[in-house]
Design a protein around this ligand. Structure first.
Ligand code: SF4
Ligand code: SF4
Length: 280
């Protein structure tokens, strides 16, 4: 069993509590306008355009497929910036055991692993196996999810998942479609299900003024999650939109929020009963 792995960050302090190894899987079913890692959205179609821009010959075409030589790469990111398909040629096909071999190099300096994306739940069987091994070796396990997967139908996955960091990209279906291209009925169902189940680790809202109604999103999501905080300590992260990594076509029209507006949203979450609110 294998998954396409976009990258593995050995030590991350922003993907959950403590020092963690973060694993980013390829492929997402949302298309967020402000996506900071658009090269994780689609799978490569082997068009070859990135090969021409690699300055060190780490990319080549063989039998119609793009090949990536990790040993030559200088990680300049020129390839995926060139990609017209929101993909990357640097993706590796790995088994859970191969990923764990990378994770073990970081022990004992990490508290756990966080699997992100893309949307990690698109690789459900891989996740169950990876998280089972990680837990058996004493690591905590978190998933960073856009909430499109119905967690309520998967006790096997939840049994090896300590918590889910859930994106609340908007509240109304109309707003959510404007941000991501898709409806959020499942996201909202997951919010309540995960909170009740004691598996909600974090809520995350990226704030982009004028793109969606952030006040409604923060107020409504907080109201749903707040009564269940005793089941599992939970944090609401209010995230300032930053243009770094965002597609050029979208950068032009997306605005950054003011510090005052972010503070107002944090206060709103607290007023709904959320104890732990941070602005990043
Ligand atoms: S990131 Fe690596 S593969 Fe991509 S263009 Fe730069 S050197 Fe080449
Ligand atoms: S990563 Fe993008 S540019 Fe490179 S071959 Fe694949 S689809 Fe084409």
């Amino acid at each position: 069993m294998k998954a396409l792995v976009n990258k593995i960050i050995p030590f991350s302090s922003v993907d959950g509590p403590g020092n963690r190894t973060a694993i980013f899987l390829q492929g997402c079913n949302f298309n967020c306008l402000y996506c900071h890692n658009p090269e994780t959205i689609n799978q490569c179609v082997n068009c070859g355009q990135c090969v021409k821009v690699c300055p060190v010959g780490a990319l080549s075409m063989q039998d119609g497929k793009v090949c990536y030589d990790y040993t030559k790469c200088v990680f300049c990111d020129a390839c995926f910036k060139q990609c017209p398909n929101s993909s990357s040629p640097r993706v590796r096909s790995m088994t859970p055991e191969e990923v764990m071999a990378e994770v073990r190099k970081n022990m004992p300096f990490i508290r756990g692993i966080t699997v992100s994306g893309g949307e990690c739940t698109r690789w459900r069987d891989f996740l169950v196996e990876l998280l089972t091994i990680a837990k058996a070796e004493g690591l905590s396990t978190l998933l960073d999810s856009n909430g499109s997967y119905d967690f309520s139908t998967d006790p096997e996955l939840l049994a090896v998942t300590d918590g889910v960091m859930l994106d609340i990209k908007a509240w109304t279906s109309e707003d959510h479609k404007a941000v991501t291209g898709v409806d959020n009925t499942q996201v909202r169902a997951n919010l309540e299900f995960l909170a009740r189940a004691g598996k909600l680790e974090e809520l995350r809202t990226v704030v982009v003024p004028g793109l969606f109604d952030a006040e409604t999103a923060v107020r409504e999501a907080s109201a749903v999650a707040a009564p269940w905080q005793d089941k599992h300590p939970m944090r609401y992260k209010i995230i300032c939109y930053r243009p770094m990594g965002v597609r050029e076509s979208e950068k032009q029209r997306l605005q950054q929020p003011t510090a005052e507006y972010l503070q107002q949203l944090a206060d709103l979450a607290r007023s709904q009963g959320i104890h732990d609110v941070v602005i990043t």
